[in-house]
Design a protein around this ligand. Structure first.
Ligand SMILES: Nc1nc2c(c(=O)[nH]1)N[C@@H](CN(C=O)c1ccc(C(=O)N[C@@H](CCC(=O)O)C(=O)O)cc1)CN2
Length: 289
């Protein structure tokens, strides 16, 4: 038997349809949500992701503000753009596309952002709020993973979850979301220093693979019936995405997210959710909470 597909594309489309209605309601009250993006350098993957974010905005009626800087931009030049977006009333939320070129102090850039305009949930203030169980915009990929699991009725409550990876956009915040009382999972975080990854994977009811190592998760390493979310993005010689999960895992798992078409579209949809919620909050309506 082959696993059920966790279809991120279809789930994201449904979220966008719902957001379109909420954006219309905001506009009727004279508020147009506007997403800003800061892209530094010419990395083709980052360019593609940012272009996708603006396409999504156009679909749901969110205004777009795009700022692009060359890979040679100095720390001060990037900070000047961040300050400008902090002050721009048309920009109700924004993101700085990561990773930033080598030599740029990424943490300092994130810290400079207005936390109320942080559409990624990656500002230290918002990550701190998440730790403290206070309302905050949620990091998009981890929130996309949880929304996708819920959409397909995968039991998170009481589940043993293994997160593979410790990066700032997924690996670090993912366990924080999964261990909230509303999710109630038990989480093991694995990474390149984990001694026996297979032993951890074998016990997992849910695996979130975000290591960026092609086909790291093998069929013989997972338990029958597991749900597997493939968040890893590597590229082969032709530029095609190769995920962290070996295709043979689909024969053992009960649920699997395709890559592409799984968590990627969910990341983009959750970004729009954060932008709309921030605009609703600013308008005095419902939002984070
Ligand atoms: N500021 C941020 N930077 C980065 C984040 C983030 O959440 N905030 N996450 C990733 C990249 N990312 C969003 O920016 C992202 C990754 C993948 C996709 C996506 O839709 N992928 C498609 C495939 C696209 C392709 O063919 O290359 C899919 O999975 O179907 C969207 C956004 C790192 N940086």
């Amino acid at each position: 038997m082959t696993a059920q597909i966790l279809d991120g594309k279809a789930t994201a489309a449904a979220i966008k349809a719902e957001l379109t209605v909420r954006v219309e309601a905001l506009k009727a009250r004279g508020i147009t949500p506007g997403l800003g993006t800061v892209l530094v350098g010419e990395d083709p993957g980052s360019q593609k992701y940012v272009a996708g974010k603006h396409r999504d905005c156009a679909q749901v009626g969110i205004a777009s503000i795009q700022r692009e800087l060359p890979a040679t931009a100095s720390q001060e030049e990037i900070e000047a753009v961040v300050r400008e977006l902090n002050e721009d009333p048309a920009c109700t939320g924004y993101i700085v596309q990561l990773p930033l070129p080598k030599g740029v102090d990424e943490n300092r850039i994130l810290e400079l952002m207005d936390p109320d305009k942080d559409a990624d949930g990656l500002h230290p203030m918002n990550l701190g709020r998440l730790v403290l169980n206070e309302p905050a915009p949620l990091p998009c990929t981890p929130n996309g993973v949880i929304t996708l699991l819920r959409q397909y009725g995968v039991e998170i409550n009481g589940a043993e979850v293994v997160v593979v990876g410790r990066g700032v956009t997924i690996g670090r915040p993912m366990p924080l979301l999964l261990t909230r009382r509303s999710e109630n999972a038990t989480v093991t975080q694995c990474h390149t220093g984990t001694r026996d990854l297979a032993a951890h994977l074998k016990r997992a009811d849910i695996i979130v693979a975000a290591a960026g190592v092609p086909h790291l998760i093998k069929p013989e390493d997972v338990k029958p019936g597991v749900a597997v979310l493939d968040v890893g993005v590597s590229r082969d010689e032709s530029g095609k995405i190769v995920g962290d999960v070996h295709p043979g895992v689909a024969e053992v798992a009960s649920w699997i997210s395709p890559n592409p078409g799984g968590v990627g579209p969910m990341t983009r949809a959750q970004l729009l959710v954060n932008v709309v919620e921030a605009a609703e909050r600013a308008a005095g309506g419902h939002g984070v909470g």
